[in-house]
Design a protein around this ligand. Structure first.
Ligand code: 8DG
Ligand code: MG
Length: 135
């Protein structure tokens, strides 16, 4: 049995009601360096996914986020671990995003979703949420 890593990720968008773009980041360190993801991280003991997400956005982007609906829980088998990732719609509630860990960040509209090299686990999520984006 491989170990399960429980992660929470923020699909930060411009508006919950009429979403036209989402924010993605390129990992700044580690084995997946340079690949694109949704900011987030591992849920710590005693945290709800929403609490973990608010903490991670403070740590990684220096912003407060408002957490919206759960989009999906992505289940993906990497060679050395199983990923279980809760993905929530979010909007930035205070100021400008600052990249504290990522090497790059980009707003992507519907037509740009596949212009970055996503982590493999994220492809299914992109497919699912792209229908929620307006041109
Ligand atoms: N945050 C995030 N992680 C993802 C995504 N897709 C994906 O496969 N992962 C994987 C990569 C990592 O193995 C794991 C998340 O770990 P992480 O490195 O973000 O965790 P963390 O922020 O707590 O950082 P660390 O202190 O453990 O380094 O999930 C995604 O869209 N967002
Ligand atoms: Mg992280």
């Amino acid at each position: 049995m491989v170990k399960t890593t429980k992660v929470v990720a923020a699909v930060i968008c411009d508006s919950f009601e009429s979403t036209t773009k989402i924010f993605a980041t390129a990992r700044g360190y580690g084995e997946f360096k340079g690949q694109w993801e949704f900011p987030g991280g591992k849920i710590e003991d005693g945290e709800t996914p929403q609490q973990a997400l608010i903490r991670e956005m403070q740590e990684e982007l220096d912003v407060k986020v408002e957490v919206g609906a759960l989009i999906d829980t992505v289940e993906y088998d990497y060679p050395t671990f199983h990923l279980s990732m809760d993905c929530f719609w979010c909007v930035v509630a205070d100021r400008k995003i600052m990249l504290k860990e990522a090497e790059e960040g980009r707003w992507l509209n519907k037509d740009e979703l596949y212009t970055v090299d996503w982590l493999p686990a994220d492809i299914a999520l992109i497919k699912k949420m792209q229908n929620s984006l307006f041109r």
